[in-house]
Design a protein around this ligand. Structure first.
Ligand code: ADP
Length: 718
């Protein structure tokens, strides 16, 4: 306890601490809270009790304040010293890191830059001088676009604007004009600078001289353009060649089809027709092989995947080739393991072509023994797991393995290397005087396109084995399009309106072929030889559908189609393009000209009839299909998709059984007068009850053989 003579203690806190000039935070001991006590000054008279005079108390107070200020300043000084040391250290670290960054960018040949939001330089490193040929002081305060050709400015500004909007990094290539007017290419990479509220306050990045790279790219680009031009010329040549070769072939194959409809041909003539057809088919397949190879070389072969029935494909192949093999006394065995999936998804046409080629070769070169096709599959483990988890999984990847083994002459090791090259044939192949040596080269490319590869093992005198695998996906039954059996159209079903079809084709034989084919089933047909005639007939005769050849002199099919489709009436007229082009892109240009569909020549008659039915929604009468046995025999003998398969129907007295005498008399009269129209309308009355007679009569009228009808009907009337 202190005696009363003590003066009242004076708190040092009475003195407010002065604010720290540079420090954002204050030491807790220097808090501005006046009430907080942090020191005491006490005066004590040791002689005894004493009354303190007010002036003495005031002096003591002053002393107290001065002392507090002195202590505080001391503390502040200490603190400032530490802070300055810390800041120096931080600045040194920053300098080092900046130097490191500059060193790296210097080493990669870049300069660093900063720009404000108006894309004006606020900072550039010295390195810029060696690139832009301007020093930093010459650039700071100016925009990079001031040094760019006009054409590059908008692109540069846009990229900066976009980067500011998306707040993301950017890269831009632009040209820069040096003080001497030289153009250099620069690549600028940058990032927007954001403040604490995420507002863009500028940009920062690096610039690099890419002139050399650009020059190299330009050279490459020019080389590519030259190669593309050469390739285009080659493609055009091929397209034209394809047209030139297919046009006469179209006529050969087409007219054999038409003649095949002639019921009056004797068996020998029919056999000759078959030979013409077979040779035409062979020629077509050679042309197709050459075109296919060129397409592959031009990189224009694509994979057309679809879901299909693999087992069915194997059965078709077996049926197709069985007779060919048995004719040579060979056994054709097709073995497939039970686990191969029935429905798969890959390019069916290409797979079929590869298998036909390998099996066809094996049969062709083997003289005794047999040919075996083995098929097995491996489901990838991940798919298996998925499949177990979900039995309906249809996305599983699957590898299908095929092996074609024969007991033929084999191939010598030194000859094996050339097999997969275009036109590569072995001694045996050359001697056989068959084939082109393209089949295996095409097969290999196709297999590779389907995600696999093909290998061969062979022992001379023992046989050859070709093995290949393809990648496929599992499919479901529902995805597989059921293939309708093609039936032969013999007429239009009754009670349908008359249908007018316009055939536009400059090549006379091709035109007559199509006109005859269409007229033979009862269509009203008119023909045009070029685009001008086509447009005139279309507007005066209003056909329901137009078959349009695309390549024609004066006005071609593209122009004629465009003009027809430009009118509202024309939009309602389906136009089916006919083209001989080998290339898929032709399809696109044909469709973009306004054609509704596309048929490649030489065409099959079923396709023509199918397209008409598709667009006009009409119905046909079909010939009763041949027995399976006969169809198979025919197919394998001629191995042809063009075989129409009709049985020759000889018009005889017996053909008119169950038909009224008046009807026969009317027919007789019409035949004498050579009135085709009247015969057609009489024939229409019996289409349902006697389709064969209907067909025979229309065939005879189409081939102007009225005398045959007159001759037979005369015997009945008599
Ligand atoms: P092509 O059969 O049209 O000549 P390919 O490319 O299909 O063309 O075959 C090239 C050549 O490979 C044949 O000409 C033949 O010499 C040889 N070759 C192919 N398959 C066999 C085989 N199974 N046995 C013996 N030689 C074969």
């Amino acid at each position: 306890t202190l005696p009363l003579s003590h003066s009242p203690p004076l708190p040092l806190s009475h003195c407010p601490p002065p604010p720290l000039p540079h420090s954002p935070t204050q030491h807790p001991a220097l808090s501005t809270q006046h009430s907080r006590l942090w020191g005491l000054l006490i005066a004590h008279d040791c002689r005894g009790a004493r009354e303190w005079h007010s002036s003495e108390i005031e002096s003591l107070k002053q002393l107290c304040v001065q002392l507090a200020i002195a202590i505080q300043q001391c503390t502040l000084f200490e603190q400032a010293k530490t802070e300055i040391a810390d800041r120096k250290q931080a600045e040194e670290k920053l300098r080092q890191s900046e130097q490191r960054f500059r060193d790296v960018s210097e080493a990669v040949g870049e300069y660093l830059w900063e720009m404000d939001t108006n894309a004006i330089y606020t900072f550039v490193t010295d390195r810029v001088k060696s690139i832009k040929r301007y020093s930093p002081p010459q650039l700071i305060g100016r925009a990079p676009i001031e040094f760019m050709p006009q054409e590059d400015r908008e692109k540069f500004n846009k990229i900066l604007r976009d980067a500011a909007t998306t707040k993301s990094t950017f890269k831009v290539e632009h040209r820069h004009i040096t003080p001497t007017g030289k153009i250099i290419w620069e690549e600028i990479s940058g990032i927007p600078l954001l403040d604490c509220n995420s507002n863009v306050v500028g940009f920062r990045g690096a610039g690099l001289n890419i002139t050399e790279r650009k020059q190299a790219e330009e050279v490459l680009q020019k080389a590519k353009e030259a190669a593309d031009t050469a390739n285009r010329a080659k493609s055009e040549f091929l397209a034209n060649m394809s047209h030139e070769l297919r046009t006469p072939l179209n006529a050969i194959l087409g007219f054999t089809q038409i003649m095949n409809r002639d019921s009056s041909l004797n068996p020998e003539q029919q056999e000759h027709l078959r030979i013409i057809n077979r040779s035409g088919e062979h020629l077509l397949s050679l042309i197709n092989d050459i075109l296919e190879m060129s397409k592959i070389e031009a990189g224009r072969t694509t994979l057309n995947e679809k879901s299909f029935d693999l087992i069915r494909l194997l059965n078709i192949l077996s049926e197709m080739l069985r007779l060919k093999a048995s004719n040579k006394g060979l056994k054709l065995i097709i073995e497939y393991s039970p686990e191969i999936p029935q429905y798969v998804r890959t390019d069916e046409i290409k797979l079929r072509q590869v298998l036909i080629n390998l099996l066809g070769n094996a049969i062709k070169f083997t003289e005794a023994g047999g040919v075996t096709l083995r098929v097995s599959s491996v489901i990838s483990p991940s798919s298996l797991v998925k499949e177990l988890a979900q039995m309906t999984d249809d996305q599983g990847q699957i590898t299908i393995l095929f092996e074609v083994e024969d007991t033929g002459p084999g191939i010598a090791p030194e000859e094996i290397t050339q097999l997969f090259q275009a036109f590569g044939q072995t001694e045996t192949g050359r001697k056989s005087q068959q084939g082109t040596g393209l089949g295996l080269a095409i097969s290999k490319k196709f297999v590779q396109l389907m995600g696999g590869d093909i290998t061969i093992s062979s022992v001379v005198g023992i046989g050859t084995k070709f093995t290949f695998n393809i990648q496929s996906r599992l499919a479901q039954f529902q995805e597989v399009q059921t293939i309708q059996e093609t039936r032969k159209v013999i007429g239009l079903a009754p009670n349908q309106p008359e249908y007018r079809i316009l055939v536009v084709e400059d090549v006379k034989v091709s035109r007559i072929l199509l006109v005859k084919l269409l007229a033979s089933v009862g269509f009203f047909v008119r023909e045009a030889a070029d685009g001008y005639e086509a447009i005139a007939l279309w507007s005066s005769w209003s056909p329901h559908l137009i078959f349009m050849d695309m390549q024609m002199p004066s006005m071609d099919g593209y122009e004629a189609t465009k003009r027809i489709k430009a009118q509202s009436k024309g939009q309602a007229t389906p136009i089916v393009a006919l083209t001989t082009s080998a290339f898929e892109e032709q399809r696109r240009s044909v469709l973009s000209a306004g054609c509704d569909d596309f048929i490649r020549k030489p065409f099959r008659e079923e396709i023509i009839f199918e397209k008409i039915a598709q667009y006009l929604g009409l119905k046909y009468i079909y010939e009763e299909s041949l027995s399976d046995e006969r169809q198979k025999a025919e197919d394998s003998k001629v191995d042809s998709s063009y075989l129409s398969g009709n049985s020759p129907y000889i018009l005889a007295v017996s053909s008119f059984q169950d038909i009224s005498a008046e009807w026969v008399a009317a027919l007789h009269q019409a035949a004498i007068e050579a009135d085709g129209e009247l015969i057609f309308s009489l024939a229409e009355q019996i289409t349902n009850s006697n389709a064969m007679l209907f067909k025979a009569l229309t065939d005879l009228v189409n081939s102007f053989q009225f005398e045959k009808i007159t001759y037979v009907t005369e015997q009945i009337i008599k």
